[in-house]
Design a protein around this ligand. Structure first.
Ligand SMILES: Cc1cc2nc3c(=O)[nH]c(=O)nc-3n(C[C@H](O)[C@H](O)[C@H](O)COP(=O)(O)OP(=O)(O)OC[C@H]3O[C@@H](n4cnc5c(N)ncnc54)[C@H](O)[C@@H]3O)c2cc1C
Ligand code: SF4
Length: 330
């Protein structure tokens, strides 16, 4: 690991001043960043520690804007917040499903959204793959059992690693992004980028920019949500399939929904074919399964991950049922 300076701003304005120094990088919980530094994948000259900034640490409810969350709220705090119940519970379920209790105590929402991919070739200093300026995607013809089944024709077949991203996309969240001179709000669906748009980053943030707020618009009565993660082993593990469903129900009929898959594509992946099948219909186990099957028709598995299609079919159908208050296992 390289030597580096450690800056501790006392307020948000100072973050931008510290970030001006070339080679500066934001550090929140440091769970991913320090891993990347130890692996030699990033060598910042200065870490700007934002996790102790109270200005960025809150979960507020605002009648007009919805639920507003500061980026340094930890995954543990998200998982236990009484503001993230009922229609918003997909986010607390996603936070609770991620990593281990020790990690959730430190890892922040902002860091979870900006973490780098887990592809083992990317994480290993021995493989100079396309995402690290090399010329080859080693996973494409290699060990790709945990890689993408959608959007995998752009030279890099990672899956997006963030559980909270899938839930927030289904909740139609927005992100406030600030730099020293400007501030803007964007839909979270515009935050993540496919490999063809930028192979070097998974999101649109530029040097000197900071996520300062995550905003979940208000949900009227009738909206419900659910997140589920399928792992290979029962103790902590990364997902092989994860699904977030946000749905509006009226007398058992689905009037609207957003369904987003994690661990499926280089970005959180919305499955609009499934949403279209649900719309205007009574939600039943059979309909949920038909929607899941329809969503998977567009999948294009790699040499070692065809198994994911059946896993996703089951997890999507079950998560739709849970969101609709139906027990899929009965
Ligand atoms: C064993 C293990 C299992 C895991 N399992 C899961 C899992 O199942 N699901 C899952 O989702 N995650 C999982 N994780 C990942 C973990 O949740 C993330 O590494 C963590 O959430 C990152 O948050 P952090 O605050 O530590 O970020 P940091 O490591 O501090 O930062 C990560 C990146 O985000 C940037 N950043 C941080 N905050 C901001 C901000 N406000 N604005 C702009 N940029 C910012 C940093 O510059 C850095 O590039 C796992 C990790 C481990 C080690
Ligand atoms: S999937 Fe992406 S990160 Fe993994 S080897 Fe291929 S190019 Fe590299």
């Amino acid at each position: 690991m390289n030597t580096f300076e450690y800056a501790v701003p006392k307020k948000v304005d100072e973050v931008f001043t510290f970030l001006k120094e070339p080679g500066s990088q934001i550090k929140a919980g440091g769970i991913d960043l320090l891993d990347l530094m130890k692996e030699g994948l990033t060598q910042p000259q200065r870490l700007v520690h934002i996790r102790s900034l109270e200005e960025l640490h809150y979960i507020k409810q605002d009648g007009r804007r919805g639920i507003i969350i500061g980026p340094t709220v930890t995954l543990d705090e998200l998982s236990s917040s009484d503001k993230l119940q009922d229609a918003y519970k997909a986010l607390s379920q996603a936070a609770l499903a991620a990593a281990t209790p020790q990690i959730r105590n430190v890892a922040t929402l902002g860091g979870n959204l900006c973490q780098r991919p887990r592809c083992w070739y990317f994480r290993s200093a021995d493989f100079d793959c396309s995402r690290k300026n090399g010329k080859t995607c080693y996973a494409f013809d290699g060990e790709n059992q945990y890689h993408a089944i959608f959007g995998n024709d752009e030279g890099c077949v990672i899956v997006h690693p963030s559980a909270t991203a899938a839930a927030l996309m289904a909740l139609d969240a927005k992100l406030k992004i600030a730099s020293e001179k400007a501030e803007r709000e964007i839909p979270i669906s515009e935050f993540f980028v496919m490999p063809s748009a930028n192979m070097a980053s998974e999101h649109i943030l530029k040097q000197g920019e900071l996520i300062t707020e995550v905003i979940i618009p208000p949900l009227t009565p009738g909206w419900t949500s659910y997140y589920y993660k399928q792992k290979e082993k029962q103790s902590f593990d990364w997902p092989i399939a994860e699904v977030a469903v946000v749905m509006h129900l009226h007398e058992g009929k689905c009037t609207d929904s957003r369904i987003v898959l994690g661990a499926a594509a280089p970005i959180p992946w919305r499955i609009q074919k499934a949403e279209a099948l649900l719309k205007g219909n009574m939600v039943t186990k059979e309909l949920a399964q038909r929607a899941a099957d329809a969503a998977m028709k567009d999948a294009s598995p790699l040499s070692k991950n065809e198994y994911k299609i059946q896993v996703f079919k089951t997890v999507i159908a079950r998560t739709i049922c849970w969101a609709a208050g139906i027990d899929p296992l009965k």
